[in-house]
Design a protein around this ligand. Sequence first.
Ligand code: SF4
Ligand code: SF4
Length: 396
Amino acid sequence: MPTKKNLVIEINSEIRDALIEEGAQDAYKCYQCGKCSSVCPWFQVGTYEFPVHRLGIETLLGLLASSEEKEELAREVDRIYRCVGCEACIEQCPLGVNIPAILRAARRILVDFGSYPDTLKSVVQKLKNVGNPLGEPPEKRGDWARPLDLKYYNQEMEYLYFPCCIPAYDSRLQNVARSTAQLLRTAGVSFGILGEKENCCGEALRRIGAEKVYQELAKRNIELFRQNDVKKVITTSPHCYTTFKNEYPEFGGEFEIFHITQILARLLAEGKIVPGRRFEKKVVYHDPCTLGRQNGIYEEPRAVLRSIPGLELLEVEEFCRNLSLCCGAGGGALWQDWDKDERIADVRVNQLLETGAEVIAVACPYCLQMFEETLKSMGKEIPVLAVSEILYEVTK
Ligand code: SF4
Ligand code: SF4
């Protein structure tokens, strides 16, 4: 039996109120049915117990993020930063409880106190200092486009192409940005880039809990788009897509946003891109959480892949579309180190390979990086290609 004293210690109304104020209101809705825990990717990993269904009640008791003991707080921080923001739990919850928002509220408090993982502190600092999470010089942001001699965006153009930080700087991922630009050019699309003027969309900052830095960056980007008279934006990354489309309107940033797969599917349907060669491979498509479950874009990437002669499209039948398993990179997890037996990406890669695929197709730079690293660590040589890279291969 708990004593009266224990109860007083356990119910920390100050922490509870702080969590609710930071956005954890959904904790009141939770009735502890447990459906969320069964769909969380950590349940598939199996080596780490992540009782998602307890987070609501712990919030209401003021237990979440509340310990003053150093070791216990470190365990709590580790747990709060496990969530990859895949939103599988929200979809399965009968009441739509937003667990990632509850955890984000806790993250905001931890960030305010400087009690969050060092790797993420470094990401936040780089974003603050140079506008990208890799710490790369802003003046090199447009280098990927130089071999193509792309034009800077001006108000006569229809679209701004926003490649995302990783395809802008990472030597492997630059091929995704270049393939995309080549396809747009071939199809006669009027577009330009912002090059070195561009910053990160800031999505990771908000997911990490660095809300103040996020808002500063978001407002700076909105101002930059306005100054350049941007009306329509094409994004490589579902993370930039959802941030521009669903979150910038909070700060008055209203632009028309498209994910590249939406544009490519339309250009193929209009006959402006014609696959001229065959791609005789079995290809499995991985639905990124942010593009699929969070924005309902399931058909367009598949339509692009199906348009390619010779390509056999495979599915992870039990875990595709809204049931797709996260690649493990969301919510800031891309920059965290995970023990080998605690990697969501390993589980997902095994699911994808069990289909018999010869190629893994993705529509998100985070997924591409996670899967390539994971396959390397497994000693497997299966190509991971962006949908735009495969399409460009058969049109050039
Ligand atoms: S599924 Fe929803 S109501 Fe059920 S335990 Fe999870 S958050 Fe609570
Ligand atoms: S968002 Fe994904 S990782 Fe986070 S608690 Fe929900 S199911 Fe688990």
